[in-house]
Design a protein around this ligand. Structure first.
Ligand code: SF4
Length: 556
């Protein structure tokens, strides 16, 4: 082995091995076995660890006790794809710490420990590194956080920057040839990304799918827009890269083979970032649903201007898309212009939401507090918007500047980034900090008062859910396992919310007529999600939860 390029970079070294040194074999056209072309010389045991996910508004963790087995939100796609990409000859063990902690036996078993995660998991990622080092194991971190901020992870032996690609093959070769920790950090940086349509199917066989609230699948990566606060365009590009429809179907098939979670979330940054591609995918999804008896509901993230594409919306309805997450961010037109979110202005926001509802899709919305355009009246305007839009679930977060965003660069130039332990955001707001926090707290606690929330859910039950296609009582939907799962959830909801809950009278106002009409699915959906929202907001009111998804303030 020769090192073609060995250059010092801060505290790390970049290793670029000549491509012809990588033993190559044709990549199998079967997506289930698309592995690295590198053929290893040695046997290795690789421990892949996904750090415990910090609780947040969007993880719906208060709903888990109302389910049969759920312990985590979604299977972690990225590290499962890496696990599937590793050489076939290697033994892989996967631990999602939201399901169980990584134990010392796991570290002892491994030759190398791979970790991935987001900024919010930073401290746990570094903790896993310490534990692996204590066991004498070589470690590598990859994924979105280290790709955006390599300096967060100075003690890892190997860091993998960027997406799956040439750097991944070089890192695999390194792990094949070295079991000992290197004297200094080595950096592998992807220059040539593996095309999305060559990705293997995530290694679902390594986990118990029934432990997750939702299934997840990825069709595209990247987004053509440039919202000021968002790091997606810089991390993943503005020209969305795509999988082919057959590959998406193969992933869905594989997921069904290991369990049916009832709902699958397209984790694409923007499902309609490339509309033509979405148009091409949807007929395949519709066929798949028909063939399999509509085993799942779909959900996705999309820009609000999807509401202007009736053809796409009709196909999404046919494919049984029931939820769409839209980054509305603020109902204030000037604020949207200021954060470069002009795509939300192509039609009146309330009309767009109503359009989604007419196609049977409940809208989930992101709302940001702490924008430069905010005034003391912003809180009232947001609450009025919530009332008018009838959106039940809105993630109401404080503005936080992420590295590699236009917002970060602007605030840095203005000297408005603040790094203080215990602060809810790194942004020096134009309004006084305490006023912004109080506005956030009032919005979230008011929005999720049981009566207000259930009134919005009642609207959805009347005006949105009936617009969905009527799916058949197929064997996939009425299997013994599914019925048992549904009855367990219904029983727990009726007991914990309907009998023991402190908002039980509000619950029954919606649940009684719905149950009489046989609308059990709606009662389960509202009971589960509503319970989380109400409990989480109560914790926010008590100061037990953070005002920003990214807050470094210590959580309970
Ligand atoms: S539309 Fe969404 S994914 Fe695209 S840049 Fe804006 S916030 Fe990011």
């Amino acid at each position: 082995m020769s090192y073609q390029d060995l250059r010092e970079e801060e505290n790390s070294v970049t290793v670029a091995l000549p491509k012809d040194e990588l033993a190559t074999s044709a990549i199998d056209s079967d997506p289930a076995s698309r592995r690295t072309p590198y053929i290893p010389k040695n046997k290795r045991r690789i421990l892949c660890v996904f750090p415990k996910y910090s609780r947040s508004f969007g993880t719906l963790h208060h709903a888990y006790p109302l389910t049969a087995k759920v312990q985590a939100f979604m299977p972690p796609q990225g590290i499962l794809v890496v696990a599937a990409y590793l050489p076939e000859q290697w033994d892989i063990r996967f631990v999602d710490e939201s399901i169980r902690p990584c134990r010392s036996q796991d570290y002892q078993w491994a030759d190398a420990v791979l970790v991935s995660g987001m900024h919010i998991q930073r401290s746990q990622i570094n903790k896993i590194n310490d534990l692996a080092h204590k066991a004498g194991k070589i470690t590598m971190v990859g994924g979105p956080s280290v790709s955006g901020c390599p300096e967060y992870y100075p003690d890892f032996d190997l860091i993998h920057i960027g997406e799956l690609g040439d750097a991944t093959d070089r890192a695999i070769e390194y792990l094949d040839l070295h079991r000992d920790r290197p004297p200094q950090q080595i950096r592998f940086e992807t220059e040539e990304r593996l095309p999305l349509d060559r990705f293997p199917i995530p290694a679902y066989h390594l986990l118990d799918l029934d432990r997750y609230f939702l299934g997840s699948v990825q069709f595209s990566s990247g987004c053509p827009y440039r919202c000021e606060f968002c790091d997606i365009p810089e991390l993943y590009g503005r020209n969305p890269r795509l999988k082919d429809p057959q590959q998406v179907l193969a992933e869905l098939d594989e997921m069904l083979r290991f369990g049916n979670l009832g709902a699958v979330y397209f984790v694409d940054d923007n499902f309609v970032g490339n509309r033509r591609a979405a148009m091409e995918l949807l007929p395949h999804l519709i066929d798949w649903q028909k063939r399999n008896g509509y085993p799942v509901q779909f959900a996705c993230e999309a820009t609000l201007n999807l509401a202007q594409s009736p053809k796409l919306l009709e196909m999404m309805r046919e494919a049984y898309f029931c939820t769409v997450f839209c980054g509305i961010e603020t109902p204030d037109t000037d604020a949207l212009k200021a954060i470069a979110k002009g795509q939300n202005l192509s039609m009146p926001i309330l009309d767009a939401i109503q359009t989604f509802n007419q196609y049977g899709m409940e809208v989930v919305s992101g709302i940001i507090i702490g924008l430069d355009t905010d005034t003391p009246e912003t809180g009232d305007r947001i609450l009025e918007f919530i009332r008018l839009s009838q959106i039940p679930m809105l993630t109401i977060n404080l503005l936080y500047a992420l590295p590699r965003t236009p917002l970060w660069r602007r605030l840095e130039a203005e000297g408005r980034l603040i790094f203080e332990e215990g602060r809810e955001s790194n942004v020096d707001f134009l309004l006084p900090y305490e006023q912004v926090i109080a506005m956030w707290r009032r919005c979230i606690t008011t929005a999720y008062k049981p009566e207000f929330l259930y009134q919005r859910y009642a609207y959805q039950c009347e005006q949105t859910y009936p617009n969905r296609i009527k799916v058949p009582n197929s064997p996939a939907r009425t299997s013994g396992a599914n019925i048992r799962k549904g009855l367990t959830m219904l029983g727990k909801i009726l007991l914990r919310v309907g009998l023991l809950g402190n908002y039980r009278s509000t619950f029954w106002k919606l649940a009684k007529p719905a149950l009489k009409a046989g609308n059990i699915e709606s009662v389960i959906h509202v009971g589960l999600v509503g319970h989380h929202l109400i409990k989480f907001a109560q914790e926010c009111g008590r100061g037990d939860e953070s005002a920003s998804f990214y807050s470094q303030k210590l959580k309970r």
